[in-house]
Ligand binder design. Sequence first.
Ligand SMILES: Nc1nc2c(c(=O)[nH]1)N[C@@H](CN(C=O)c1ccc(C(=O)N[C@@H](CCC(=O)O)C(=O)O)cc1)CN2
Length: 284
Amino acid sequence: MGAQIIDGKAISSAIRQQIKQQVMELQQKTGKSPGLAVVLVGEDPASQIYVRNKEKACQEVGIYSEVYRLPQETSQQQLLDLVHQLNERQEINGILVQLPLPDHLDEMTVLRDISPDKDVDGFHAVNAGKLLNGEKGFVPCTPKGIITLIKSTNVDIKGKDAVVVGRSNIVGKPVSILLLNENATVTICHSKTADLKSHTQRADILVVATGKPNLITGDMVKPGSVVIDVGTTRVEGKLTGDVHFASAKEVAGWITPVPGGVGPMTITMLLQNTVEAAVSQWKL
Ligand SMILES: Nc1nc2c(c(=O)[nH]1)N[C@@H](CN(C=O)c1ccc(C(=O)N[C@@H](CCC(=O)O)C(=O)O)cc1)CN2
């Protein structure tokens, strides 16, 4: 029969309608719009597309946005100066520095200088710590979107065996914590994991975020499981996930496509976090 497709584009679009409504209500109440500043350094083609899409998405829902496109040779101090200025600006509720940064810039230092109250990416150590503690803070956008997609299937996460393949700070680690907070039993696999298949085969929920195209094939998937593919690598011009879709779809119960699965949710959750930042800063 084949898996049901988790349509990230449709789910995203429904959530964006709700956000648009929420922004309108905030405008009526306060006379202000939530504001997001996006900083892009260099000319990475994929990052340029993501930033343009973030700008467009803000426009669609009524969020005020500013985009700073800085040259490749921007110094660490110049970038930090901009972040510090944005931290002070009243009309900016959320700040995002697009990753990856050019090699000469230190990502950790830059992320740590964003005010935790404006860190709508949820990458600041304070927000990462809050996630670990189960405290309220900003949750990174892709992991937050993944949990929303899993919940859309109505599969109860509680008590399930969840396997996360990949241990990045942006996706693998935070999504593992979110699944744990939802009472799943979580295993994190990575490039040094011995016998990856033995883990993935028993996953009721499988999240794959490695950037290795087609790493997970149908024979590695548990029948009836929920499979979430975070990978988006261009292979011969075609956007390709970390999961071999054709074979995995025959085994899984639910599966996200690439494109149109996790990707659109990342930007939608950024809009949600920006509205949350405004509501909290305006003490509503
Ligand atoms: N500061 C950040 N940098 C990066 C993040 C992030 O969350 N914050 N995540 C990724 C890139 N990213 C957002 O920035 C992102 C990736 C993919 C998509 C998306 O919509 N993908 C589409 C396909 C788009 C295409 O055709 O290329 C899909 O999967 O359907 C949105 C945002 C790294 N950097």
